[in-house]
Design a protein around this ligand. Sequence first.
Ligand SMILES: [Fe+2]
Length: 324
Amino acid sequence: MKGTVELTHPAQHHSQSGPLPKILAPGHDADRGGLLALISGHHDALKSELQQAGGLLFRGWGLKGAHDFEAALDAAQFKEMPYVGGAAPRSAVTGGRIMTANESPAHEKIPLHHEMAQTPNPPDYIFFYCNHAPGAGGATTLLDSRLAFETLLRIDPKLVERLDKEGVRYTRVMPYETDAGSPIGRSWRETFNVNSRSEAEIAMRNAKMSWEWLEGQNLKTQSSSTAAIGWDRQRQRRTFFNSVIAAFTGWYDSRNDGAKAVHFGGGDPLSQTSIDTFLEATQNLQVNMPWEAGDMLWLDNRLILHARQPYEGDREVFAAIAQD
Ligand SMILES: [Fe+2]
């Protein structure tokens, strides 16, 4: 694209769709104003690049802070979407669409997932902005979900068949007060954006969930059967679109047991071994892209799974989601 140069990085993964992520830097002395002009002048072209590559990383444009990040998303005319239904503890940053990325403890890995794939209306896009890069670690991991699907089909076609046929159900216990010490510690009041049990019940009924009120105002929810295999319209290929890995390997806290958090639609549990084997087989497809302050990453949430590596020091990454 005019005004940009494409950078390469050893962490990128290369496939038929090109490098993941595609890295766009300024072609000459451009600043944030140059980037905003580029985005507003070419938002449709950038969106199709994003849908092709799965991930676009804007590096070296001098973005400074959450308001610049928000201005870039506004310039791209991405449709704002509230973070309702997600599991992670977050706080608002700008009063607009920008939130903190999952605030769970630094030493914990956040496993691979598509954002809110366990909910009826997951976002089409997720965006990240690095305000402060950590001293060590903290990379955002990316995995092309089309390649993940092909891998699973190769190593475990029976599992693919069951996932496709039955879908999956997610079980999660949510607290009354948000528990920032847990990666899935978001309270039910924040999760559903409500203040009372009766309002929560309306939201759950609309989302076709079943529920049980537990001691201490905790709420146990189970989703209806949710599709676990997605579809890449552009390339007419299937994707591994779900929150199975996240639930299985990450939904652990004082209220939840990940191994019991996900079942086939028919009610049978998934096996830990098959998930572990699958993750092992996708290792060489995963990208661990280290952050630099000022980086902005756009992901097509339908195509790319993301994760967070553990880190040391301060890490400040903001996030936003959008619909097509
Ligand atoms: Fe996420």
